[in-house]
Design a protein around this ligand. Structure first.
Ligand code: FE2
Length: 423
């Protein structure tokens, strides 16, 4: 075999396993593989997991924080103002360089599938063209999906629909939208009709920024779900952010969550940006501004977690680490119950893989050999420690590895791992 990972702890398995890889496929998972591999990795009882999936990021904006100025108020509105200045300076090479850097950060930390929104409210479509080239260039490192994202609206931005169409012709994979940002409620509804029209014409999935506001009257998600059912698009539609759901009255939220389940609409929550940006018009107490992750999951809606921003005008921090995003999510959503923490790990792996509609994802014989060895014995420990990805394997090849940091106290070396609690 080309590669054997020994002593792997797999989700839900008591005994350690050996995993054998030939070419780009997992070919064996056994208690003990007798033969020798061309390459051998000892996982030493650590968790071996399918890769993290980041289903929502804006790679055209990453690493721009402070240019041309820092966001002093930290608000969405100042972020938009700063971005419009930065956007005027975008060049093909500038976008490519920053996007590839951020992709490497994500890969080094175990993320191999990335869905990026790209702003297409720009007659030159330079960001979109650059990202299509990035997607091809990084194929050996990560699999990208590109969303044609109309940051300033489809109906409210001049020629918005034509720019969306052009972006799809030039290689965008997914149809985006932003109905709550359109000038009026009617414009928002019209924009969603256009989203479905284009998705059907190009046979593409849909992923819209939707109801990303604290306004409890922003109710486009309901229309999205209803339209999904009427168009027979179940399983192909994702509602990103849906922060207004936090503020809906409970009766309406209950009805909406049932409708999302019925329509098979995925939801993506973005805890870093939304804990920082929402609730800004509140006095005390201040709303958390995340969608109802716990209730959505309990109702059986598929929920993924996205990174959204890394060092951009809207969120000034971030390092491309999906475990950090999961950590924020479980704290903010009160999902610190034992099984709830496990569900949050699913949200950065299998749930988001479902949003990507990946068919051969997971540590199983016959699947693609996309595998991560984490420096932790379990899912909960991985989140607590924000564990390093010791080895990151894509299509059977080791593409990244990390040496864990070591600490010494009074000359004695210590680790932050505790045996017997979460292993
Ligand atoms: Fe976003």
């Amino acid at each position: 075999m080309d590669l054997i990972i020994r002593n792997a702890r797999l989700k839900g398995q008591d005994n350690l396993k050996d995993i054998g890889v030939n070419g780009d496929r997992i070919v064996a998972i056994r208690d003990k593989i007798e033969e020798k591999g061309t390459t051998e990795i000892d996982a030493a009882g650590n968790l071996v997991t399918p890769p993290f999936v980041d289903p929502h990021i804006h790679l055209d904006a990453v690493l721009t924080v402070g240019d041309p100025q820092y966001n002093m108020s930290g608000t969405l509105l100042e972020g938009i103002e700063i971005w419009s200045k930065r956007k005027a300076k975008l060049t093909f090479d500038d976008i490519k360089k920053r996007a590839i850097e951020a992709i490497k950060w994500e890969v080094a930390q175990g993320t191999l599938k990335i869905r990026t929104h790209v702003d297409v409210c720009d007659p030159s479509l330079v960001a979109l063209e650059a990202m299509v080239e990035v997607k091809n260039e990084v194929k050996g490192l990560a699999d990208l999906q590109i969303v044609a994202f109309p940051q300033e609206g489809i109906v409210s931005y001049p020629n918005g629909k034509e720019l969306m169409r052009k972006a799809l012709e030039k290689g965008a994979d997914i149809v985006g939208g932003i109905p709550h940002y359109e000038w009026s409620r009617e414009d928002g509804i019209e924009s969603l009709d256009i989203v479905f029209e284009l998705a059907k014409e190009f046979d593409k999935d849909i992923d819209v920024h939707i109801d990303e506001t604290d306004d409890d009257h922003s109710r486009f998600t309901e229309y999205l779900a209803s339209k999904t059912l009427k168009e027979g698009y179940q399983g192909r539609v994702t509602a990103s952010h849906t922060t207004a759901m936090h503020s809906y009255n409970n009766a309406y939220a209950f009805k909406l969550i049932g409708l999302l389940k019925k329509a098979g609409v995925n939801v993506i929550t973005n805890p870093l940006d939304n804990i920082a940006l929402q609730g800004r018009f509140d006095t005390y107490p201040k709303r958390r501004g995340l969608t109802r992750v716990k209730e959505l999951l309990e109702a059986g809606v598929n929920v993924g977690i996205g990174h959204d921003s890394i060092l951009d005008p809207w969120y000034p921090l971030g390092r491309g680490n999906m475990l950090q995003v999961a950590f924020m999510c479980l704290n903010v959503t009160h999902m610190t119950g034992y099984n709830e923490m496990l569900k949050i790990f699913d949200a950065i792996t299998v749930n988001s893989a479902k949003i990507f509609r990946l068919k051969d994802y997971g540590i199983r014989e016959g699947n693609r050999a996309d595998i991560v060895v984490l420096n932790a014995p379990s899912e909960i420990e991985a989140i607590r420690l924000m564990a390093e990805a010791l080895y990151v394997i894509k299509d059977g090849k080791v593409v990244a590895n990390t040496q864990p940091a070591s600490s010494t106290v009074n000359g004695e070396s210590i680790t932050f791992r505790v045996s017997g609690i979460y292993d």
